[in-house]
Design a protein around this ligand. Structure first.
Ligand SMILES: Cc1ncc(COP(=O)(O)O)c(C=O)c1O
Length: 463
């Protein structure tokens, strides 16, 4: 009998594999039953975990943000740590665990990945799954209007940004200046250490290329803000004629403190830059799959004005999207590790779930849960005066306690961690507390439970 199936396909359909998978997932669900809320560290595990963490910090020559070492188990928004504690994870490994912890869909995707050859995907060998993923990512990016002709997968958010920079510099050669916004953050390579508006992170590093930092949108003075930023751009263009290759946008600033831009602001600045031959780049590493549309550029209606976009975090793989005329010259891009079978399968499972789960749209689940969270935070702020805000957009939500005092907010977030909710600070002057809600595994009740802990901690901290 002739067959048109590969061995990989017949292997995947083997009834023993289906049975084994069903057994594994049953066992997972059974063990998840014992995780039903926040738990303190186990007294017998605390000292050992502390010692392991201290050694690890010594080995990597730097402390971790939290004493956070996962046990490798969790259930939805709850994660178990190596000290036996269980905590609500509202920052999701800074946005990666959009599908929550030990989500059976992701576990199943990883069983499939484990059974497939090619752990590491890269320059020389990628499984056919990569091509399916690139098709789906391009369809998502082009779902309203055709924007991008190409999508290149890579291993991290900042690497996707590096690829964006390289193709842009190559196209705009010899222009070598970049416009970036104040409060911008885009990762930690040498190139991005120049672009980030965080001078502290480039101490002792050599300059790669000149960057002009310009003011971001100010919602308290929308019209003046547009004019000021345009003026700042024009001043620089006149000073350095023909030298600017690109401008980089975050449509909702992530590390900078969840500051949200405005459609008119973006369109005016983008049009001005394009009219001077400056490429428009959008970093969607933190915004991808957080708003009511898959990409933030779709929410703000910027399809006609952008050239290159890159994503990461929630997408499980990282990728750079670009128009035809930005296609790289031979050899400009290439990596031994672009992703793994596990990342590609997890990404496919995540995209499938998002497309089927009623998440998108003004009344989709993302906005419903966001509205609920925002209204609870607002009511608490009005009642107690302990917080300002909330700020952000979609499932990117932040608030400012203690007038945004960096030290106090950092101490608060550490205490909140001890009390069972993992969040993170964002921004400076003011420093805020932020959530990247893992909305696929949350409902209103679960959000209320986490906010009760947040509010109790705020009250006790202020007292
Ligand atoms: C907007 C933005 N761009 C890029 C990055 C870098 O991504 P990665 O840490 O995966 O390299 C980050 C990380 O926080 C980010 O928030």
């Amino acid at each position: 009998m002739t067959t048109t199936q590969t061995n990989a396909q017949t292997f995947a359909q083997d009834s023993r594999i289906k049975e084994a998978k069903a057994l594994l997932l049953d066992a997972l669900r059974d063990h998840q039953n014992s995780i039903d809320g926040v738990r303190p560290p186990h007294p017998g595990m605390q000292a050992e975990t502390h010692a392991i963490l201290s050694r690890f910090e010594e080995q990597r020559a730097g402390s971790l943000i939290f004493p956070y070492l996962g046990s490798g188990f969790g259930k939805g928004p709850l994660v178990e740590l190596a000290d036996g504690s269980v905590k609500y994870d509202l920052i999701a490994g800074i946005g990666v665990y959009l599908m929550g912890h030990n989500n059976p869909l992701i576990v199943e995707a990883n069983i499939d990945a484990a059974l497939s050859d090619v752990v590491i995907h890269g320059n020389l060998l990628q499984n056919v799954d990569s091509t399916v993923l690139v098709d789906q990512l391009l369809q998502l990016a082009n779902r309203d209007t055709h924007v991008f002709d190409h999508c290149y997968i890579t291993s991290s958010g900042v690497m996707a940004g590096e690829n964006a920079l390289k193709i842009t510099f190559q196209k705009k050669h010899p222009a070598n200046r970049i416009f970036a916004f104040k409060r911008n953050f885009a990762g930690r390579t040498l190139a991005f250490s120049q672009i980030n508006d965080k001078p502290g992170l480039r101490i002792g590093l050599p300059d790669c290329f000149p960057v002009d930092h310009i003011p971001y949108f100010d919602p308290t003075r929308p019209e003046e803000s547009i004019e000021e930023t345009k003026q700042a751009i024009m001043d620089r263009i006149l000073l350095h004629r023909g030298e600017h290759a690109a401008i980089i946008f975050e449509l909702v600033q992530g590390e900078g403190g969840f500051h949200v831009g405005q459609r008119l602001f973006f369109r005016e600045i983008m049009k001005l830059c394009r009219s001077h031959g400056i490429a428009v780049l959008v970093d969607e590493v933190q915004t991808f799959a957080r708003l009511e549309t898959p990409f933030a550029f779709q929410y703000f209606g910027l399809e006609d004005l952008i050239d290159v976009v890159w994503i990461g975090k929630a997408s499980q793989v990282c990728a750079t999207f670009f128009r035809k005329d930005f296609a790289p010259g031979k050899g400009l891009m290439g990596q031994t590790y672009t992703s793994t079978a596990s990342m590609v399968r997890s990404s496919l499972a995540t995209l499938k779930h998002l497309s089927e789960g009623g998440y998108w749209g003004p009344d989709g689940k993302i906005n419903r849960l966001a509205r609920h969270t925002v209204s609870r935070l607002k009511a608490f702020g009005d009642e107690t005066g302990l917080i300002e805000g909330p700020y952000g957009l979609g499932s990117m939500i932040a608030f400012t306690p203690f007038g945004g005092d960096g030290e106090k907010v950092t101490a608060f977030v550490q205490t909140l961690f001890k009390n069972g909710v993992i969040t993170l600070t964002a921004g400076a002057n003011p420093t805020r507390v932020r959530f990247l809600l893992p909305y696929t595994v949350l409902d209103e009740k679960e959000i209320d439970k986490t906010l009760e802990i947040v509010f109790a901690t705020l009250r006790s901290f202020s007292a």
